[in-house]
Design a protein around this ligand. Sequence first.
Ligand SMILES: [Zn+2]
Length: 313
Amino acid sequence: MSAVTLYSSPEVVDVEGTRSPPASGGATGEEGGELGVGENSRRPTRGQSTTAQPHRHGEEWRARPPEKAMAWIWMLMAAGAVLLWAVSLGRVLSSSSPACLPANSTFLSPPRGDRMSRNVLLVLAHPDDESMFFAPTILFLKSKGHSIHILCLSQGNADGLGNIRKEELYLACVTLKIPAEQVKVLDHSELQDGFHKNWDHGLIAELTLAQSQLWNIDTIVTFDSQGVSGHPNHCDVHHGICKLLRDNGQGHIEAWELVSLNIFRKYSGPVDIWLSSTLSSSSKQPTYTLVNNSPSRSFEAMASHKSQWVCVK
Ligand SMILES: [Zn+2]
């Protein structure tokens, strides 16, 4: 599942259980056996008064929670979560729509003119981004007859595997049915893979514009400002596309970004489909939720990136 939203900035339009002590001056735990005063309680010794004393140590009031009650609460919460997940999955599987799009949606409708489909450019930072992040979007766009192109701005050579990763991207594109001639992988000295590599936004804009003109691109899809996974190279790609749109305000290129989600939503599976759909419909920006109608194809595409399958011991 993925959600894409139209770039929004003006320049890119279109495109543990403890009981608290009572208030001071009230009865203390030394009188209140029902609170289960523990080992830390102070028994009155000879000469000491047994009348209530103002408590000075909060821990004297610590009481074990009723364990059975807590166990029941946890069980009910777990059962509720499983039920919600199962109902959500059932709704998704029984849905007749491949995407949670409103009936009157104009999402990526045909462009002006005679053409009935769009030339969509996916701008990526590394090989495997297409399978790991954009596979649902690619599959949706393909199902609508749009022509998908890929511009990958680096070979992903941080570990010296650039040439291997480049070939893995072409293999993944076979699975995703993207023709090899519509895939371009760059190996620019100023756009090298790495968390500590800063990519020049102007350079990204320049290279993307040149490739867009070559392929007659009318729609760009890429990362949002948080880069989906937070990788700095992804974020730089986003800012580079923003610059392209700013500098070419007279152009006709429309751009969409993949919305980054927090880790809880990212791994909540079908539950987040409901949440994303609801948030999409109430968003001020055009935002759509796309449901992956072929997860096995996504897995198969990702399996092409064997160099990225790391055994964790
Ligand atoms: Zn990446």
